[in-house]
Write a protein that binds this ligand. Structure first.
Ligand SMILES: [Zn+2]
Ligand SMILES: [Zn+2]
Length: 357
């Protein structure tokens, strides 16, 4: 890891960049240099926020391609893993790391939890799984170690309607659409403090209306703590200074931390590497043979294992074979050079083609 005071480590291992200034002091949205609030938060139509403040671990940003969302940073990968991870163990793993991140933010801003009685996450409509449980449960355990006891009242909250075309609406329309959608099945919150926990904050219409419903039941101060603050860059906009470790964690979709043995076991054969030009090699597994070809001029990566085909092509990630190749290059050419190669791919990932060979 490079020395970087603007990042935190989840569970001592996974580096996450904090949100870069300038941002809106109310909702953390990006603003122009010198501005304290975004135009929306300054709007006179918007009299009452209901909540006190919003904090987040970092930026959530996924780049939309025709087929898919490509997460641009490690935090966004974790959030997508929490929301859409195919296996429960992956969602659980993501929740555990994110809970540690939220816990660190609470340490930075103790008012979020001081004298707070309740945690709540926005309820789902009907029987849909609420992935925030994977964050809230380990977070409550961590707080308990510090003798901070908070009750999770998410089950007392109800979402009265589904909002299907919600994502197509403008920010203003979302607030109109969502007003009144939440209700809390508790008669009197007795002026007690509440902390709302969510995975991603997009327009904050949801936490705004949930706060309204809580206030209706006499909640005291309400604060909001989310894993990712969604940012709205239209272009592929990524940090330029990622370290070798960050790049490897990012490209492996965290496999290198979660399951390093899987990568260690890979055996590389017929390795050919022309610096800055191409990488070509084969892998012999127990059952099948695979090959890999990376062309740095054409920005093209071809490979054919099943994991690559099913899960990596669509988010432009690396399977264990490709990660192992970059570890080999690191052994032969050093970390600095390998980092340069990985950055070359990362900076331009939107124009790289990942294909099945
Ligand atoms: Zn704002
Ligand atoms: Zn592979």
């Amino acid at each position: 890891m490079e020395d970087n005071s603007e990042s935190i480590l989840l569970e001592g291992k996974v580096p996450i960049r904090l949100i870069q200034e300038p941002y809106c002091k109310k909702c953390l949205k990006e603003v122009s240099e010198g501005e304290d609030f975004c135009s929306f938060c300054l709007s006179p139509d918007f009299e009452d926020f209901y909540f006190n403040e919003i904090k987040a671990i970092g930026s959530y940003h996924s780049f939309d391609t025709f087929f898919n969302k490509i997460p641009v940073n490690i935090l966004s990968e974790l959030i997508l893993m929490l929301k859409y991870g195919r296996y429960e163990q992956h969602r659980r793993y993501a929740g555990l790391l994110l809970a540690d991140g939220l816990f660190q933010i609470i340490n930075q801003y103790p008012n979020l939890i001081e004298n707070t009685s309740y945690l709540i996450s926005p309820p789902k409509y009907g029987n849909e799984e609420n992935q925030c449980d994977y964050i809230i449960n380990p977070l409550r355990e961590k707080l308990k170690e510090y003798k901070i006891l908070v009750e999770n009242i998410t089950e007392k909250a109800v979402r009265l309607r589904n909002t299907e075309n919600y994502k197509k609406l403008s920010r203003e329309e979302r607030f109109e659409e969502i007003e009144g959608i939440h209700s809390i099945n508790i008669n009197d919150l007795e002026g007690k403090k509440v902390l709302i926990i969510d995975d991603v904050l997009t327009t904050y219409a949801t936490v705004w209306d949930l706060s309204r419903a809580l206030k209706e039941k006499n909640a005291g101060e309400i604060n909001v703590l989310v894993a990712g603050r969604s940012r709205t860059f239209d272009e592929w906009d990524v940090p330029k200074d990622l370290s070798f470790d960050e790049l490897l964690i990012y490209f492996s979709n965290l496999d290198i931390i979660r399951d390093p043995n899987k990568i260690n076991e890979v055996v590389i054969r017929n390795f050919k590497f022309l610096k800055d030009k191409y990488i070509s090699c084969e892998f012999s597994g127990t059952r099948d043979k695979y090959d890999l070809y990376i062309d740095f001029d054409r920005k093209n990566l071809e490979h054919n294992c099943r994991d690559f085909e099913i899960t990596r092509i669509k988010n432009k990630g690396f399977c264990k074979h490709i990660i192992k190749v970059f570890l080999k290059i690191k052994d032969e050419c050093g970390e600095k050079y390998t980092r340069k190669l990985l950055r070359f791919i990362y900076w331009d990932l939107d124009s790289w083609e990942f294909e099945l060979s």
